[in-house]
Design a protein around this ligand. Structure first.
Ligand SMILES: Cc1ncc(COP(=O)(O)O)c(C=O)c1O
Length: 345
């Protein structure tokens, strides 16, 4: 049970896999990709213009393409901490100066501080909604305020909506209103196809034209094309997957809270749970591993110390996790009365 990397763990419906294999013909293997049909199908599915889309081999590569296109050495990039680790890597790679605004120990982002950190010198502002580590969302009004300030300062606004389907929220219409907005999404999360590397960017046509200047010959491969086509042929299974994850999350949250633990986030396909800093979290993780369950190493960021991130699957998978987790906590000597949430002491 891989609960460590925010991947899909719910099995795929047979019908989707059968359509995928049907589309993945020997010809699809032999020939260079023909991406136009996928662009058109995706544009219809999302309700956007074809030329407002840019496919990428994972939203990771889409994000890198934004840096490659818009960042010159010495430019300023604003990110929140924690955020997707490659934001730091690409900032270094393209020699940008990074300003960070951290989530606090209560796992909230000071939106005013984030807005204040956007200045006329800022070239790129990165905002994840939901956040990929904590799984919480910002109010739409806060996102709008951030976008407006970035727009006034002539900064590119990269809105990372990797987990938007699980949260049921999007600020997609903002990209039509503000010409500095680029939205990034990924099929790694909402379709659960992380291994195929497929994501996309949405923005106004002139931005997409800029991105196209550094576009590789083929943005994605035919396996990705076949899988996305197959998935979009059965939209009911996309909703069913999201429903499975919601049920798993709800069960997980209830079980952990019944054990006296505090949980947070839950707007993505994962939940964070507070164990405190007294307990040996690594021994709990080792116990889970001995039961065939992987969870991420404990968070290193100061504001997230004592919190553990757990990916949600369906009910059956979450039952298996909860059982092993309770054993692991017990063995580590965890007691509800020893546990104090930061700020609530
Ligand atoms: C917030 C966020 N953005 C982007 C990505 C990159 O996803 P991918 O490259 O698989 O599309 C991730 C992956 O975990 C993520 O959590």
């Amino acid at each position: 049970l891989r609960l460590d990397k925010n991947e899909r763990i719910v099995p795929f419906p047979d019908e989707v896999m059968a359509r995928f294999y049907e589309l993945l013909t020997p010809d699809a293997v032999m020939t260079y990709p023909e991406l136009e049909p996928l662009y058109r199908k995706l544009a219809d599915y999302l309700g956007v213009e074809r030329d407002h889309l840019y496919l990428a081999a994972g939203s990771d590569l889409g994000i890198k393409t934004v840096y490659e296109t818009f960042i010159d050495p010495g430019n300023r990039v604003l990110i929140h901490q924690p955020s997707y680790a490659m934001q730091q890597v690409y900032s270094k790679m393209f020699q940008a100066h990074v300003t960070e605004v951290s989530f606090d120990k209560r796992l909230t982002l000071d939106v005013e501080a984030f807005i204040d950190a956007i200045t006329p010198e800022t070239r790129l502002v990165v905002l994840e909604n939901p956040n990929g580590f904590i799984g919480n969302v910002l109010p739409q009004a806060s996102i709008r305020a951030i976008v407006e300030k970035a727009h006034r300062c002539n900064a590119i606004m990269l809105l990372d909506e990797a987990y938007y389907l699980f949260s049921g929220q999007t600020v997609q219409p903002l990209y039509l209103e503000f010409d500095n907005v680029i939205i990034t999404r990924t099929f790694s999360k909402d379709l659960g196809a992380a291994g195929l590397r497929c994501g996309y960017l949405i923005s106004q046509k002139h931005n997409i034209q800029f991105l196209n200047r550094v576009k590789p010959m083929y943005e994605v491969n035919n396996a990705c094309v076949a899988f996305v086509q197959a998935s979009l042929d059965f939209p009911q299974y996309i909703s069913a997957f999201v429903k499975d994850v919601h049920e798993g999350l709800q069960f997980l949250r209830n079980q952990l809270e019944n054990m006296g633990l505090t949980t947070a986030g839950g707007s993505g396909n994962f939940l964070v749970v507070y164990l405190g800093e007294d307990i040996d979290i690594t021994s709990v993780i080792r116990h889970l591993k001995s039961r065939g369950i992987l969870v991420r190493r404990p968070f290193q960021v100061t504001s997230l110390k004592g919190w553990l991130r757990i990916v949600a699957g369906n009910l059956e998978q979450m039952r298996r996790f909860v059982l092993a987790f309770a054993e692991g906590l017990d063995a580590a000597g965890w007691r509800a009365d020893r546990y104090v949430l930061p700020g609530r002491a």
